[in-house]
Design a protein around this ligand. Structure first.
Ligand code: SF4
Length: 362
């Protein structure tokens, strides 16, 4: 059989399955060049990640040698296979396409090849972009996030520009995206971004900024040449938000999102919505629709059950079925409000590694 006949493209359903697991064991470490350590957001501090492109879709998986997903080079092919380890107590129930991997007859484990694809090279943090986290520390204490625990390094202007320069040289670089924790104040992070902008604009690619919302900040970012912005609403349910994001104001974030849409236009403003914090599907839908009404695209992000924050809040990675249900909901709402996540030029909706993105993953 030819290499093409052996290919199993990642469908939306398979991507949802991969995202519901969230991590994979890469058996041959030579496949990962280089291993990526996350320094931003809820999964900061994880042991690295890998991007796989298959069937025109992309997924990012954390690397974890205990994960039920295994990534392995396919024989006589330049592609890798993603295998799902399944346990079965009855030896006759071997799934089609599976290979038996345990000699134990009472509890057999099988591996089923569920997708094939290519490992993608990374420019800075993700493929195609120089995506930089400026401050790997934060004065806030969102209970799902490692950044306040790790309190890492704040990059100097020179360090940030060097990352962009390296990404450009590796290329092709489609966008520059910037995120940041809050080292001292949200205003300080806005200033840090504004100081970089004259140098970043020289690359002539779209620039996306995701920082804590500052009143009046969108105008300054727009004037500085930013293309798209993201202010994160994080949690759908207002009661859960109060417990999980102490010190943050949903009202303030919404107000600045509205202001940003008036400046950047509908569909050029984003907001992360984390799912798996105990919210209902109904509250997630209400939030996605409330954002869409004002012209904001939600990035529905499955929570990583963060070992550093164990016990501090409810965290449960959504199932494949739930991710598909939320994806269908977001597709419907995007159509209703004429929003097009697939046209994003920067940040996560361009990358699409961590989320199901309407228009890219249909
Ligand atoms: S989707 Fe966003 S957070 Fe995930 S890898 Fe891509 S750029 Fe990073």
């Amino acid at each position: 059989m030819s290499q093409k006949e052996n290919q199993i493209p990642m469908t939306a359903e398979i991507k949802a399955l991969l995202l519901s697991v969230g991590s994979a064991d890469v058996e041959d470490h030579k496949l990962i060049l280089p291993t990526l350590k996350s320094t931003a957001g809820p999964s900061a501090g994880s042991s690295g990640s890998v991007f796989i492109n298959s069937g025109g879709r992309r997924v990012r998986l954390n690397i974890d040698q205990n994960a039920p997903l295994k990534i392995r080079k396919l024989p006589e092919s330049d592609e890798i296979g993603i295998y799902l380890a399944e346990n079965s107590s009855e030896s006759s129930e071997n799934a089609s396409g599976s290979t038996e991997s345990s000699p134990d007859s009472s509890e057999k484990s099988f591996e089923k090849l569920i997708a094939t694809g290519k490992i993608e090279p990374v420019l800075a943090h993700c493929p195609d972009q120089a995506y930089i986290n400026l401050s790997e520390k934060c004065i806030y204490d969102c209970k799902f996030c490692s950044v306040p625990i790790l309190q890492g390094h704040t990059k100097t202007k020179e360090e940030s520009l060097k990352i962009v320069r390296n990404a450009f040289e590796k290329g092709p670089m489609k966008a520059i995206s910037i995120t940041s924790g809050v080292e001292k104040t949200p205003e300080g992070e806005l200033e840090r971004v504004l100081e970089l902008m004259p140098e970043l604009k020289k690359y002539n690619v779209p620039i996306g900024i995701s920082i804590y919302a500052v009143s009046g900040g969108s105008k300054k970012l727009k004037d500085a040449g930013v293309s798209e912005v993201k202010y994160n609403i994080e949690v759908a349910d207002p009661e859960i938000f109060k417990d999980v994001c102490p010190g943050l104001s949903k009202t303030d974030v919404f107000a600045e999102l509205e202001e940003a849409v008036s400046l950047f236009g509908r569909g050029n403003v984003y907001s992360n919505l984390i799912v798996g914090l105990g919210e209902t599907d109904e509250s997630a839908e209400q939030t996605v629709e409330k954002l869409a009404e004002i012209g904001v695209i939600a990035c529905i992000r499955p929570i990583y059950e963060n070992a550093l924050r164990k016990g501090e809040c409810f965290m449960k990675r959504p199932s494949k079925e739930r991710l598909l249900k939320l994806f269908e909901m977001q597709k419907r709402i995007s159509e209703k409000y004429d929003l097009h996540p697939e046209k994003s030029e920067t940040m996560c909706s361009l990358c699409s590694g961590c989320d199901m993105v309407p228009g890219r993953d249909d």
